[in-house]
Design a protein around this ligand. Structure first.
Ligand code: NAD
Ligand code: TYD
Length: 357
């Protein structure tokens, strides 16, 4: 087992990173270390999502640093100041539609940002044992599948959107640092995540909120594109297994092995929301609106997770339909959070709470 005393989590104010921090500090008895969360608080970063964590663990086992992963000086200072021994790199621009409209930020953060962190780790960790740089990536680097088959760790990379191309580039750089400089790295590629605190531009929270507000449900193309869904906590438990006991230089696929056509998933959400708010499912069904397809829309993703199951003894434990019901309940019960991230009001919260740091 690795030491894992001072973990730098990048992008910890975002969806998956924030859930990772909460999981480690609140629900992982075999973790006793400290987490340093470095996040630039872009539109997708919401530090108020972690206000309970800050209140409970702040200063001792949890520290927040607002800043950009491309900031060479800041990143070096953080390694030094906190004696970082582990990096879990979540920070990224993460939304495919945004990457189509404005790819620049994806090149900047996903490629240059990852490179900056790798360089800092290489310098700071020179000659040290027991350290690890874990890079969090996506199944989208493998491209698009036909009707059958699933991605394995040896599937050749074939990214097709600016988002997936930028993630593929960062994955290659991570592996290059391992092979060239011997930097201890691991890499994981995960399928589509769902759960609490996901920014409501992604399919599941967007549909839940549009249903609540009786707005149209935009279905791209014919709605028959397939995604493999996994609860964020199952993803994060897999990342934790990797941190604890993976082999250096390896990559691991993580997925729900749970394929759904978008339209079938939307219809399931309609039924769950109808039940939760006491509405008529047929009425809500009329909100479905087929719209122009996303350019370059990948048809199907599916993950083969045999390696992580066999080598690290990881299993998905959250049943998809139960997870969806809980996620719907979470969004319906946390409208204040939703309003906050949509309005940008959380920035005032930051000013108030972190100004004098
Ligand atoms: P997110 O968009 O919710 O959060 C990203 C976080 O990174 C935000 O808090 C943002 O403020 C921060 N950030 C962005 N640019 C930054 C910069 N330059 N410096 C510092 N911080 C910056 O993303 P997410 O859905 O939580 O995804 C986290 C990681 O997991 C990403 O690397 C993504 O590619 C990967 N991933 C996501 C999914 C998914 O379904 N969401 C699936 C597989 C892999
Ligand atoms: P998304 O949540 O953006 O994740 P990704 O593109 O990374 O898989 O989209 C999931 C699927 O849902 C994808 O096939 C695109 C589709 N989609 C819609 O049909 N309508 C929408 O409004 C959105 C956001 C996505």
């Amino acid at each position: 087992m690795r030491r894992l005393e001072n973990i730098l989590v990048t992008g910890g104010a975002g969806f998956i990173g924030g859930n990772f921090i909460r999981l480690l500090l609140e629900n992982t008895p075999d973790f006793s270390g400290r987490i340093i969360n470095l996040d630039a608080l872009t539109y997708a970063g919401n530090i108020a999502s972690l206000s309970d964590v800050q209140a409970k663990f702040g200063g001792e086992r949890y520290c927040f640093e607002q800043g950009d992963i491309r900031d060479v000086g800041l990143v070096a200072d953080i390694f030094e100041k906190y004696g970082i021994d582990t990096v879990v790199h979540f920070a990224a621009e993460s939304h495919v539609d945004r990457s189509i409209v404005k790819p620049d930020a994806f090149v900047q953060t996903n490629i240059l940002g990852t490179f900056t962190l790798l360089e800092a780790a290489r310098r700071y960790w020179a000659g040290r044992d027991g350290v690890l740089f874990h890079h969090v990536s996506t199944d989208e680097v493998y491209g698009s599948l036909g009707e059958t088959g699933a991605f394995t760790e040896t599937t050749p990379y074939a990214p097709r959107s600016p988002y997936s191309a930028s993630k593929a580039s960062s994955d290659h750089m991570v592996m290059a640092f391992y092979h060239t400089y011997g930097l201890p790295v691991t890499l994981s590629n995960c399928s589509n995540n769902y759960g609490p605190y996901q920014f409501p531009e992604k399919l599941i929270p967007l549909m839940i909120l549009n249903l609540k507000e009786r707005k149209p449900l935009p279905v791209y193309g014919d709605g028959r594109n397939v995604r493999d869904w996994i609860h964020v906590d199952d993803h994060n438990r897999a990342v934790w297994r990797i941190l604890q006991c993976s082999k250096i230089g390896e990559s691991y696929n993580i997925g729900g092995e749970n394929e759904w056509e978008n339209i079938r998933l939307i219809q399931t959400l309609i039924e769950i929301v109808a039940k939760a708010v006491g509405a008529d499912a047929d009425d809500l069904n009329r909100l479905v609106a087929f719209v122009k397809d996303r350019p370059g829309h990948d048809r199907r993703y599916a993950m083969n997770c045999t390696k992580i199951k066999r080598e690290l003894n990881w299993e998905r434990v959250i049943d998809f339909e139960e997870g969806l019901v809980k996620t719907v309940d979470w969004y319906l019960g946390n409208i204040e959070w939703v309003d906050g991230v949509r309005s940008g009001a959380y920035r005032c919260w930051i000013e108030k709470n972190y100004k004098e740091r």
